[in-house]
Design a protein around this ligand. Structure first.
Ligand SMILES: *Cc1c(COP(=O)(O)O)cnc(C)c1O
Length: 328
């Protein structure tokens, strides 16, 4: 049931080894560079937006609305995708308008998005999105709502095809992975990866590191992922048999609040930067890579395993979190 997509990303993204990090541990470590998808500093949302933007165009919409944190990589990539596709973009952001724009927020503005601030409360975001939609409709616009993180079935298709891409690279480079690690937050990346693995028969064990603190999210992440997989089953011939309890999620690295930069994230950002010359972000990939490094350092998976860390982007957040990153 592959849908058409609107081209936004430079694909395939590189897949390469991390020799310096592999040297320090009894593992063969690889990285998949979705920080290099290329759309206004890249990231994982670009793959999702290829399908979401195409759907918006196919259905005759002229405006895109989405929501997120002020430093949302998803909002920034949505702003860039909308600019390229000639759609107008409205972003509903948590909190109040800051004195000066930084990081992703600055880029979203530069990319032409209309910024709306929801005030202090971040709950009831879906309702606020509906209100914004009604307002825009009353002005004669045709707004298409992209959910937080682009995480619905349409967005997840970006990661279904990313698995086909990875599988091809594994064949060409003659490698396989025992474990695949990545940051999981709104669930679309993980749902797409799980659907893709089932579709393309990839056997690696998934190690999704949960980013958000459980008390801060409205619905358990397992259910959000499960719902996307069920939506896929509803539309496709090939069914994926699984229970919500079978959805892998590594918890324990999400004890600090979303966006809180602790010694863990700092350690991870520093390690990757200074060992491999690769920039992680302090919110998602820094947290996920800390979990990855911790699990490997403690030999919690068998030695000599071949492990993949899937970099999902987030570069501009480094600039916005500059205060937290001074003494690294
Ligand atoms: C959004 C995001 C993620 C998480 O992806 P989900 O599909 O929301 O789970 C990971 N890393 C970065 C940099 C992101 O922006």
């Amino acid at each position: 049931m592959m849908s058409p997509k609107y081209p936004l990303a430079f694909l395939p993204t590189p897949l390469h080894s991390l020799p310096n990090l592999s040297h320090d541990l009894p593992y063969k470590i690889y990285i998949k560079r979705d920080d290099l998808t290329g759309l206004a500093t890249g990231g994982n949302k670009t793959r999702k937006l290829e399908f979401l933007i195409q759907e918006a165009i196919d259905l005759g919409f002229d405006t895109v609305i989405t929501a997120g944190a002020q430093q949302s990589n998803h909002c920034r990539q949505t702003a860039a995708a909308s600019a390229k596709a000639g759609l107008s973009c409205h972003l509903l952001l948590n909190g109040t308008s800051p004195d000066s724009l930084q990081g992703n927020l600055l880029l979203s503005k530069l990319l032409g998005a209309n910024l709306h601030f929801s005030g202090e409360k971040s709950k009831g975001r879906q309702k606020a999105l509906e209100i914004l939609k009604t307002n825009l409709e009353s002005q004669g616009k045709k707004p298409y709502i992209i959910p937080v993180g682009g995480s619905n079935l349409t967005g997840a298709l970006g990661y279904v095809s990313a698995i086909a891409e990875l599988k091809q690279q594994m064949l060409t480079q003659k490698i396989s992975f025992d474990y695949i690690f990545f940051a999981s937050s709104s669930g679309g990346t993980q749902a797409g990866i799980m659907i893709g693995m089932s579709l393309y028969q990839l056997e690696s064990k998934l190690m999704p590191i949960m980013i958000d603190k459980e008390s801060e999210i409205e619905e358990p992440l397992e259910y959000q992922i499960f719902e996307i997989i069920m939506a896929y089953n509803h539309r496709s011939q090939q069914k994926i048999n699984l229970m919500p309890e079978e959805i892998p999620l590594i918890k324990g690295y999400n004890t600090a609040a979303y966006g809180e930069v602790t010694s863990h994230e700092k350690k991870a950002v520093k390690l990757m930067a200074q060992k491999e010359g690769i920039l992680l972000d302090p919110v998602y990939t820094g947290r996920a890579f800390y979990g990855f490094w911790d699990i490997l350092s403690r030999r919690l998976i068998p030695e000599n395993s071949r492990v993949l860390f899937w970099h999902t982007g987030g570069l501009p957040a480094l600039y916005a979190y500059h205060n937290d990153l001074q003494n690294i």
